[in-house]
Design a protein around this ligand. Structure first.
Ligand code: ADP
Ligand code: MG
Length: 399
């Protein structure tokens, strides 16, 4: 994948040009009020840079899941208002996506001004990547900039299709994701250690397979560990088990061995009676789970083992909590591994966190600032870790 070589906004001349910028303004809303403007704030560096260069910005995004028609509930109006406040200049909202209102406002734009299109998913062609709609987006502008990483794994008109008709570049947010995740995968400081956890092997087969080919060491925890236990012939009790993937898990371990990749699994476990926050629980020094019990976290010996194996890492890629970290009794494994990753980072390792639940867990546990990079795109980051080409990045011009 050549994502490391994509044009960025600093590689293109934008002064006096109309630039269509696909942002991620898919903010959390309740009753028409924005409850977190983090995503808008995160988009400011790209927007401010382009405005400072004298570009004429046509901003756009999706918001929620409207059904291909105007729906006031999903209007971008609150985003336009908040964006205007944050930028300290008016950002006019078009009444439509690519219609008369959008065209008129785009034609009136002056250097250093910005406008916002209505929710791109009001157009039924958007999620179908309809070339007719892509052409209409392209007709509004002279340059396309994609800065919506969280939507980059979807080939839609405003994320991908429009790049067929305009010169293009990525904004700072996507550039940062490419730098950290792309380098971690394609050009890592070694040793490269991957920590994988979370719920199901089936969700992560692509990620594990891709990482086995690239890593020096793979650490497995979380619910997926029990499918590997089963693959070794151990009992798993009532733990999460991906029956269809036991064979796959065997093959993965065999491949790791063949490649000389260290493959670490839990050696002790915190087990519970039921999948309930207040279930009876205990620690067992075993990698086999007794009948009537389920593995809900890695045990203390494993935490130490995993922490030790992170010492001296050059790059750490982490996806998936080590246990049911939403529940206090089963969060210790994730907390201790987070501490170990933080320490490795302090000692010079580059740490990259991918995955929606992983990012949320690390923020909630207070480790956000201690990691080199926490990816902003849940699904997109997983596809990136699988080594897939993301259409929203693949479509951008090379340097
Ligand atoms: P991400 O979204 O970061 O890719 P996943 O969705 O794969 O992560 O996994 C997160 C979920 O895995 C969490 O809800 C967590 O509770 C669950 N999980 C982790 N360990 C276990 C376990 N031992 N048993 C059941 N669920 C688990
Ligand atoms: Mg998830």
């Amino acid at each position: 994948m050549s994502s490391l070589n994509k044009k960025t906004i600093e590689d293109i001349a934008v002064a006096g040009k109309r630039v269509l910028v696909r942002c991620d303004f898919n903010v959390k809303m309740e009753d028409g009020v924005i409850t977190s403007d983090k995503r808008i704030v995160a988009s400011l560096p790209t927007i401010k840079y382009l405005l400072g260069q004298g570009a004429r910005l046509i901003l756009c995004s999706h918001l929620g899941r409207p059904k291909g028609a105007f729906d006031p509930q999903f209007s971008m109006a609150p985003v336009a208002a908040r964006l205007s406040e944050l930028l300290g200049q008016e950002v006019k909202l078009a009444k439509d996506v690519v219609g008369e209102s959008a065209q008129a406002l785009a034609a009136e734009l002056k250097d250093g001004e910005a406008m916002l299109l209505e929710n791109v998913r009001f157009e039924p062609g958007e999620t179908k990547n309809d070339p007719e709609l892509s052409k209409k987006f392209a007709a509004l502008a002279e340059i396309f900039v994609n800065d919506a990483f969280g939507s980059a794994h979807r080939a839609h008109c405003s994320t991908t299709g429009v790049a067929d008709y305009l010169p293009s570049a990525v904004g700072y947010l996507i550039q940062k994701e490419i730098n950290f995740m792309g380098n971690a995968l394609e050009n890592p400081v070694r040793p490269l250690v991957a920590i994988l956890g979370g719920a199901k092997v089936s969700d992560k087969i692509g990620v594990i397979n891709n990482l086995i080919e690239k890593c020096d060491k793979i650490i497995i925890g979380g619910g997926m560990a029990y499918t590997f236990f089963a693959a070794m012939g151990n009992s798993v009790g009532t733990s999460l088990l991906d029956k269809e993937n036991i064979e796959n898990a065997k093959n993965m371990m065999a491949r790791a061995k063949e490649k000389g990749v260290d493959f670490l699994l839990p050696v002790d476990n915190v087990i519970g009676r039921e999948y309930k926050e207040d279930t009876t629980f205990m620690r067992i020094y075993s990698d086999s789970i007794p009948d009537g019990w389920m593995g809900l976290d890695i045990g203390p010996v494993t935490r130490e083992l995993f922490a030790k194996s992170l010492v001296g890492a050059g790059t750490v890629i982490w996806n998936g909590p080590m246990g049911v970290s939403e529940w206090e009794n089963f969060a210790e494994g994730t907390i201790d591994v987070a501490k170990a990753v933080a320490e490795a980072t302090e000692n010079g390792a580059i740490s990259v966190i991918g995955g929606g639940d992983s990012a949320a867990a690390i923020k909630k546990l207070g480790f956000e600032k201690k990691m080199s990079h926490i990816s902003t795109g849940g699904g997109a980051s997983l596809e990136f870790l699988e080594g897939k080409d993301l259409p929203g990045i693949a479509c951008i011009d090379e340097k």
